[in-house]
Design a binder for this molecule. Structure first.
Ligand code: ATP
Ligand code: MG
Length: 402
C-alpha cells in the first residue's frame, strides 16, 4: 500500500478548513510513522478552528471530546479526529488537566506534546513544521521529551510509560536526560488511572522491541507502582517476543502462583476470560504426554488458544514454562488435530443429559456432569464413535454409578 494514502484521502478535509480561513495540519504518530516509512494507522488533524467552528464547517460531526477540543468528522465513510490547537492548564496530582485553552498558534500546540518525534506537523503539500528537531531525533532513533523532561513527566506521568511504549514499538533509545527524569518520576505513575496505564501497556507489550523495553521497565521499578503487578516478583520475567497483555498476565499468574484478583486492572470480561483460559492451558500443558492427550488439550482449549500457546513458545521457554517439543506441538499439527476431532464442542455430542437419565433410569444429580464429561473424552479420544446407539452402549458398559 502507498503509505501516503491515508493523508491523501484526508487532504480535502484540511483544504475545506483552510478555505474557511483556518489552519489545519496532520500531526502526531501518523507524521512520525510517515517519515519513518512505517504503516500509518489513523491520521490526527490539528487546527486553529475551535470545536464549534469545526462543527459548523462539516455536516457529519461527532463531539467525542469536545471540551478537550476533539471533534470527529465523518468524511466519505471514514472517521477523522480533529483537535483544536490547545495548551493545557496546570496539572494537579499528576493527572491530566481538566481545563484546556484553545489557541490559534500551531507552535503552542506542538509545544505541549510529549516527545519531539510526535511533535512534527505536516501541511497538505507535505511540508513539515518541526520546531523541536523531531526529524533529527527520528534519524538518530532517539526518544526525547519536548522541553525539560522532569517538567514534562511531573505534569503527566503517563508520558513515562508512553516513552517506553515508543521504545518498544520503534526500537529507539531514550535520551539520557529523558531517561534520568523517568527514574526520578516513575513513582508518579501510581497516581494515574489504571485505564490509561493499561492502554499504553497493551501497546508496549506488543512492540517489536519488547525485549529492550522490558529491561527498562524492570530497571525503573515500574511494576512496583501498578496494581496487581506490585504483588509479583516481576523482575524475574523476560519477554523476547511481542505478547498481548492478557497472555502476559496469564503467564505471571501461572508462574507466581499469586492468587491475586485482577479486578483492579479493570479489564473487559472478554480479556478476563481469555486470561483464565490461557492460564488453565498453561497448567494443562504438563499433561500432554502423547497424541491422545494432545487431542484432549486441543479440544478442551480450542484451536485459538492452542495456536496462541505455540505462538508464544519463545516467551514461555525463556520464562521456564515447558511445553512439548516443536515436532510434537506445532501449528500445522494443531490445525490438523482440530479438523479431525470427532466433535469440537459438547453440543455436538449425539447424546444429551435428558437422554442419559432415561437410558440409566436415574434422576438428575452431580453424576450427570461427570458422565457427560467421560463420554465427551471418550469421543474426543476416538474410543467410541459419536453415534447415539454406540454412545448408549458405551455408557452401559463403562459407566458405573453407585
Ligand atoms: P499511535 O501510532 O499509537 O497512534 P501516537 O503518537 O499517534 O501513536 P496517540 O496516543 O494517538 O499516539 O496520541 C497522538 C498524539 O498526541 C501524540 O503523537 C502526541 O503528540 C500527543 N499526545 C498523546 N498523549 C500525550 C500526552 N500524555 N502528553 C503529551 N502529548 C500527548
Ligand atoms: Mg495516534
Amino acid at each position: 500500500m502507498n503509505i501516503s494514502l491515508p493523508f491523501v484521502q484526508a487532504i480535502p478535509i484540511l483544504k475545506h478548513i483552510q478555505k474557511n480561513g483556518f489552519e489545519a495540519y496532520f500531526v502526531g504518530g501518523s507524521v512520525r510513522d510517515f517519515i519513518m516509512n512505517r504503516e500509518i494507522n489513523d491520521v490526527d488533524i490539528t487546527t486553529s478552528a475551535t470545536p464549534d467552528e469545526i462543527e459548523s464547517l462539516f455536516t457529519h460531526t461527532i463531539p467525542v471530546g469536545k471540551e478537550h477540543g476533539t471533534i470527529n468528522v465523518v468524511w466519505e465513510n471514514e472517521n477523522y479526529e480533529i483537535t483544536t490547537f490547545r495548551t493545557e492548564s496546570e496539572y494537579i496530582n499528576h493527572r491530566r488537566p481538566s481545563e484546556v485553552h484553545f489557541v490559534r498558534d500551531l507552535y503552542l500546540d506542538v509545544k505541549r506534546r510529549d516527545f519531539t518525534i510526535n511533535a512534527i506537523a505536516m501541511d497538505t503539500e507535505f511540508n513539515l513544521y518541526d520546531y523541536f528537531n523531531g526529524q533529527t531525533d527520528i534519524n538518530n532513533k532517539v526518544i526525547r521529551t519536548v522541553g525539560k523532561p522532569v517538567d514534562r513527566f511531573s505534569e503527566d506521568a503517563l508520558r513515562i510509560i508512553r516513552g517506553l511504549r515508543f521504545k518498544s514499538q520503534l526500537g529507539f533509545d531514550i535520551d539520557s536526560y529523558t531517561f534520568r527524569a523517568m527514574e526520578e518520576h516513575i513513582e508518579d505513575i501510581q497516581y494515574l488511572s489504571i485505564e490509561r496505564i493499561i492502554l499504553e501497556l497493551k501497546k508496549l507489550l506488543l512492540g517489536q522491541y519488547i525485549n529492550k523495553a522490558i529491561i527498562d521497565l524492570h530497571h525503573l521499578n515500574f511494576w512496583e507502582f501498578v496494581p496487581y503487578f506490585n504483588l509479583i516478583q516481576m523482575n524475574a520475567y523476560q519477554m523476547i517476543h511481542p505478547i498481548t497483555l492478557e497472555q502476559f498476565i496469564a503467564i505471571t499468574t501461572y508462574k507466581s502462583q499469586v492468587n491475586q484478583d485482577i479486578k483492579c486492572l479493570k479489564l473487559s470480561n472478554a480479556s478476563t476470560n481469555y486470561i483464565t483460559q490461557f492460564k488453565n492451558a498453561l497448567i494443562q500443558l504438563n499433561c500432554i504426554t502423547n497424541e491422545k492427550s494432545l487431542y484432549q488439550f486441543v479440544y478442551d482449549f480450542g484451536i485459538s488458544i492452542a495456536l496462541d500457546i505455540e505462538h508464544q513458545r519463545e516467551n514461555l521457554m525463556c520464562n521456564h514454562i515447558s511445553l512439548p517439543s516443536q515436532s510434537n506441538y506445532n501449528a500445522s499439527l494443531i490445525q490438523h488435530i482440530w479438523q479431525s476431532l470427532p466433535i469440537q464442542n459438547r453440543k455436538m455430542l449425539q447424546i444429551n443429559g435428558k437422554e442419559l437419565m432415561e437410558v440409566l433410569n436415574k434422576n438428575s444429580g452431580p453424576w450427570l456432569k461427570k458422565v457427560l464429561r467421560d463420554i465427551e473424552c471418550a469421543v474426543v479420544q476416538s474410543e467410541v464413535t459419536n453415534r447415539k446407539k454406540d454412545l448408549i452402549e458405551w455408557v452401559k458398559l463403562n459407566v458405573k454409578i453407585s
